[in-house]
Design a protein around this ligand. Structure first.
Ligand SMILES: *Cc1c(COP(=O)(O)O)cnc(C)c1O
Length: 369
């Protein structure tokens, strides 16, 4: 699906996030023909179908459709009874940095941020900070959160062996592990495995329906029956109990039934292609080997410490990206393609050249004064 901006036929290549995809024609059709009911009463057949498929995909006893990933994380934290306790998070985790502080405001928990290697927590570091109930001077550890793929670390993948080790360490202390799997399909596609394999060492997990899957709204939270009973109550409290939610389940079903692993492999490959092209412009921009899934972090510090300059220059050339400080982020998804990647690379090359030219011109002026 193409969107146009500016002059006739001028195509906009939107790499800001994989959340920008618009529902496809078949998703819109599924929305119009979806069988609906009151989901809060268990009466929506399309939601029931989606939750059944989600149980199968994750291998968990229960799965719940929620309106967002932020609510899924929050429902999980409340469901794991974290109030008054510590939640171990990687220091650049989305849950800790980008969810409005809900962890403390709503769930009443303390974050224990731990630095991971490229966003991946080391089991020995977790073991060192796990706090058991018998120490009355401190808040006990109630949960370990793992982000897979890791957003801020540029789509880094947590390997199944690491998940297993983290789970083993946490379980020994009686602490559950929650996987923030917004982009779990990207991780599975990279590893050539299933999301079930990545859920095996998680006591709870959620994945997004509106990132790589391309649906318009929604997230799936899954876990065992006892946990999910508490998470379902938490979601009710948070306002996440929906009515004719088949309207959002139907397009998600379309995505889940049309080889989601293939779709995510494509996105990952597209990001790798982009990374390679950017590195060819200047090797300092991207560490290609780090680009495993659909996110490309591009470091422009050699040119500017204000990414907004690059964001603006790319926008003028029909390419949308996010930028902060000296980092520009490209995210691949189903509505960008090889041509978008080509355009993005040449736009960045142009933008960097014009910055360099301006700098040289400024230097000449200073020199002649
Ligand atoms: C997008 C994202 C979220 C939040 O999901 P929303 O559906 O936008 O609320 C949480 N964690 C990670 C890692 C994400 O990428």
């Amino acid at each position: 699906m193409e969107r146009t901006c500016g002059g006739a036929g001028h195509r906009l290549h939107d790499f800001r996030s994989d959340t920008v995809t618009l529902p496809t024609a078949s998703m819109m059709e599924a929305i119009q023909t979806a069988r609906l009911g009151d989901a809060a009463r268990g009466d929506d057949p399309t939601v029931n179908e989606l939750e059944a498929l989600a149980r199968e995909l994750t291998g968990k006893a229960d799965a719940l459709l929620l309106p967002s990933g932020t609510m899924a994380n929050l429902a999980a934290i409340v469901g794991h009874q974290c109030r008054g306790g510590e939640v171990i998070v990687e220091e650049s985790a989305h849950l800790y940095n980008a969810e409005g502080g809900g962890l403390s405001v709503v769930a009443g928990a303390i974050a224990r941020p731990i630095r991971g290697e490229h966003g991946v927590l080391a089991p020995r570091d977790i073991e060192a900070v796990l706090i058991r109930d018998d120490d009355i001077t401190v808040a006990p550890t109630r949960l370990v959160c793992v982000e897979n793929t890791h957003n801020a670390a540029g789509g880094e993948v947590v390997q199944p062996a690491v998940l297993e080790a983290l789970h083993r360490v946490a379980s020994r202390a009686g602490v559950p592990v929650h996987v923030d799997g917004a982009r779990l399909f990207n991780a599975a596609a990279y590893l050539g495995t299933t999301i079930e394999a990545l859920c095996r060492h998680a006591d709870s997990v959620w994945f997004s329906l509106c990132k790589g899957l391309g649906g318009p709204i929604g997230a799936i939270l899954a876990g065992d029956a006892e946990f999910m009973q508490r998470a379902r109550r938490a979601a009710k409290m948070l306002g996440g109990s929906m009515r004719q939610a088949g309207l959002i389940a139907a397009p998600a079903m379309v995505a889940l039934q049309s080889d989601p692993y293939r779709v995510h492999r494509r996105d990952n490959a597209l990001a790798r292609t982009l990374a390679t092209k950017l590195a060819a412009i200047d090797g300092s921009l991207v560490d290609v080997e780090r680009v495993k899934t659909n996110i490309v972090n591009c470091h422009v510090d050699r040119y500017t410490d204000d990414a907004a300059v690059i964001v603006g220059a790319l926008r003028e050339r029909g390419v949308l990206v996010n930028g902060r400080r000296s980092k520009v982020r490209f995210v691949a998804h189903s509505q960008v393609d090889e041509a978008s990647v080509e355009t993005a690379a040449s736009a960045l090359s142009d933008a960097l050249e014009s910055i360099a030219d301006r700098r040289h011109a400024a230097a000449r002026v200073t020199h002649s004064l």
